[in-house]
Design a binder for this molecule. Structure first.
Ligand SMILES: CC(C)(COP(=O)(O)OP(=O)(O)OC[C@H]1O[C@@H](n2cnc3c(N)ncnc32)[C@H](O)[C@@H]1OP(=O)(O)O)[C@@H](O)C(=O)NCCC(=O)NCCS
Length: 326
């Protein structure tokens, strides 16, 4: 297998900030409830006709600049998203257009909050073929356009944003030490955007019933998330013959701070090693991990040889974990 390196990371969130206090004026909620139950203080949301690829393009430019590359140097674009610009073309095609490049393979990954990890594993496999060298892997989401802003159970949780990294072939010894991906479609109904696809095409009725928005059984999802995140982390630590002590940085998907804390308790990971962004960004499905990775990287928290642990859980259900030697 060829080794791989993360040579650049990037982020973009839209400028508009929606605080918990703003939400108090929209639904029957409170800053105290949202902060206490989820850890979210504020989130960024798009305005006007801004779409997911617009955020992905900006995050990609940031990651390219960090890597010292131009868009023309990319060999593949992989965009993980649950909120595509259009059913087709893919958000990756719109991102490619926004970056002003052509003639390379580009595609989306549909694994909701686990999408970035799925995309990263695919990128590593493509690099291993020897055919591709520089791959953009990004998570990009505009949740604000698919939540029901009258449903306090869901609208307080999510935010918009994009994170990206450039994965490249290397002769060094960085790369994936252990990885694990999984899914269970039998419980998919617990978190679903029911309408707009071929099962329930858009109609006046689906719009009236708000079936194009997030429908979630939060308590059930919470339980699965804690169990699965903890189990995935334990699995990759065991596969790599490591313990939490060996890990320099933990970069989890962040649906709820309490899920992250419970996972850390299960695997003896101190919260001090965790890159937390949910307070500022909310749950930004596929973007949480690359946004949290970029935040830590730009603060200079990762050095060569460090072991970075990723873990995710999302709609599907999908999940995964990975240990990456920086
Ligand atoms: C959604 C979630 C934050 C709810 O937290 P919780 O502690 O489980 O809360 P519950 O669902 O038990 O609801 C407790 C009460 O708070 C109420 N409540 C829900 N949202 C509220 C809000 N924004 N403000 C105030 N009260 C709220 C509920 O109506 C309920 O009231 P009731 O007891 O009178 O029925 C939590 O379940 C969660 O994070 N789930 C997982 C989300 C997730 O991971 N999603 C994406 C997967 S990647």
């Amino acid at each position: 297998m060829r080794k791989l390196k993360i040579i650049g990371t990037g982020s973009y969130v839209p400028p508009k900030v929606l605080t918990n206090f703003d939400l108090e004026k929209m639904v029957d909620t409170s800053d105290e409830w949202i902060r206490g139950r989820t850890g979210v203080k504020e989130r960024h949301i798009v305005e006007g006709n801004t779409a997911t690829s617009d955020l992905a393009v900006e995050a990609a430019k940031d990651a390219l600049s960090d890597a010292g590359l131009k868009a023309q140097d990319l060999d593949v674009i992989i965009i993980a998203t649950a909120t595509p610009d259009t059913a087709y073309p893919s958000t990756a095609c719109w991102t490619q257009k926004g970056l002003g490049i052509k003639d390379i393979p580009v595609f989306d990954i549909g694994a909701a909050c686990s999408g970035f990890l799925y995309g990263f594993e695919v990128a590593a496999s493509l690099i291993a073929t020897g055919k591709y060298n520089n791959i953009l892997v990004s998570g990009a989401e505009v949740m604000s356009k698919v939540v029901d802003w009258e449903d306090r159970n869901t609208c307080v949780l999510f935010g918009d944003g994009a994170g990206a990294c450039i994965v490249a072939a290397t002769d060094g010894d960085s790369g994936i030490l252990a990885s694990y991906l999984g899914a269970d479609g039998t419980i998919g109904h617990l978190l679903v955007q029911p309408a707009g696809g071929t099962r329930m095409p858009a109609s006046h009725e689906t719009v009236d019933k708000k079936l194009h928005t997030v429908h979630m059984q939060g308590r059930e999802v919470f339980k699965y998330a804690v169990r699965t995140m903890g189990g995935s982390v334990a699995k990759v630590l065991k596969e790599a013959n490591l313990t939490a002590e060996d890990i320099a940085l933990y970069v989890p998907h962040q649906a709820n701070l309490r899920i992250v804390e419970a996972t850390c308790r299960r695997v003896n990971m101190p919260m001090s090693k965790t890159s937390v962004i949910i307070d500022k960004y909310g749950n930004v499905p596929a973007s949480s991990i690359p946004l949290a990775l970029d935040a830590a990287n730009k603060k200079g928290k990762i050095k060569s040889g460090d072991l970075v642990l990723f873990s995710a859980f999302g709609a599907g259900f999908t999940w995964g974990a990975m240990i990456f030697k920086w």
